[in-house]
Write a protein of this length. Sequence first.
Length: 229
Amino acid sequence: MSGTSEQGGGPAQLKVVVADDQAAVREPLAAVLGLAEDIDVVAAAADGGEVLAAVAAGPVDVVLMDLRMPVMDGIETTRRLAEDHPEVAVVVLTTFADDESILGALGAGARGYLTKNAGRQDITRAIRAAGAGQSVLDREVQGRLLATARAKAAPTRDEAAGQPLPDDLTPREREVLALIGQGLSNRGIAEKLFISEATVKTHINNLFAKAHIRDRADAVRRAIGAGLA
């Protein structure tokens, strides 16, 4: 979602739901995010059931999702949203940065993953990116994801080599794949190549389609298997 609002030509507001089972976290976070001109916190939810109800009442663009919640946890809620409301982006904000949590959330369809060490600017940046269809992972998460992908790729390198990259990948698409393999975010790739994040996203969409790459973790494995990372 982007552009200007109909009233006064200001920036369009992203409709955001903040989900956390702790009121001491949820309420201050909602208040702080609501100070951003382009963010409208439309609901604060204490569990996954409340998230789904808020999204059903809509409209909602982004859910800032805690993972450990009663009734329905963040991963299951993310999965339900991906199935029933694919237009709603999920950014995880949690204290947990273990492999199971990260891969579970991303596999369920989360578009971003931040730990609660993230600052307000990092969180608002991730919400805006998710609203624009982009992904944001904080450094700790990128590092763990890359380490996991490398560990999984090592014994299956021959298998990965048996799935060569298609010949019609452009040099730029190969370059982007190599940088994904090094753990760079879309923003990091854009800065490295001196291009816009929108252009990075286009290259990623193209190479994912051509190489039949499922997700970013799969891209890391393919980059390693191809000797690009």
